[in-house]
Design a protein around this ligand. Sequence first.
Ligand code: PMP
Length: 406
Amino acid sequence: MSFDVNEIRKDFPILEQTVNGRPLVYFDNAATTQKPRRVIDKIVEVYTQYNANVHRGVHTLSNRATTAMEESRKTVQAFINAESEREIIFTRGATESINLVANSLGQKYLSADSEVIVSEMEHHSNIVPWQLLENQGKTKVVKWAFDDRGELNLAELEELITDQTKLLAICYVSNTLGTINPIEQIIAIAHSHNVPVLVDASQAIQHFPIDVQQLDCDFLVFSGHKIYGPTGVGVLYGKEQWLNQMPPYQGGGEMIETVSFGGTTFNQLPYKFEAGTPNYVDIIGLGEALRYVNSIGLENIAAYENELLKYATDKIQTISELRQIGTAERRASVLSFVADCAHPFDIGSILDKLGIAVRTGTHCTEPIMQHFGIPGTVRASFAFYNKIEEIDVFYEGLKRAIKMFK
Ligand code: PMP
């Protein structure tokens, strides 16, 4: 292990508590991650020292807030190795980032005979925005199915792409199956047919390094709250050549150059896509979260989390009543399973009594449930502040729950 998990845990005040009389075991990290003290302190710092609306101010506080917000943009740019800060748009989260792209492309580039390919393992937020366009007669949504292990077949992608394919929208890591898709190969195939690619990195960005220039993706989205940052802030990365051509998503302050009743001109990137007062406090908090992650190192995080996932997977497989959902060769952080003798909700409730937080249900991926013919799964998802001992507690809790329901 390249770092001391007990030291790391001291950075996360929330982990110190007991729940239902037991030490909290937080295994719901794919839904949201906990915040290190320095992120919480940073938010308090802004509100107590330099809270003021950004960009338009001549006064000192406004300039401080603006500088800190733009520092965050540079931090995000470096974190994903984007070529320019103009390619980093701040949004409310991954969901808004995808809706922005769908809405903007829908205004100008898509029509009734266009096709957008999305995989069967997408989160609803990477399906429904495209279906909304379909309902408006602006595109057709084409499903790329996965196999029973939870892997996508690259040869099938070649078959799905037609002259009408205008975009491939795909997750890097599935939030339910844990599958790490071979995203570089997928992008290369799409590009060989001149199809741009939107990567949903919501479940990847916090687990291993991502270099958008190396991937050559056209768009990439993620939410701040899944990478130890605040809620209410997310990122859309887009290649400048795309963002420059795309029409604005929302209208309002910040995104304009001049406004008159004779007509309005729009601001330059990235502000063209940031209408209204941005969530500058949480944007500043996100920058702090990324600096924190950098201080530990994503390579170290990936190595440690892989150990956790392997240990947990091996343990679960010894419980014969459980069936793992998502057995792809390359997985990250997520372990989903079902039991014939109990509904996922019942297992989750028993675990909660033991202080163990897991998620149960469809995880906003109903098509995955339909694929397997199941109502939902129990999902444990790990972060680098989790411990091997916690997996032991989880394993004992599961055995107890199974015994009760059998
Ligand atoms: N995509 C994936 C793969 C996700 O896991 C999530 C969150 N569960 C989202 C998109 C949406 O993120 P948010 O709700 O933060 O916008």
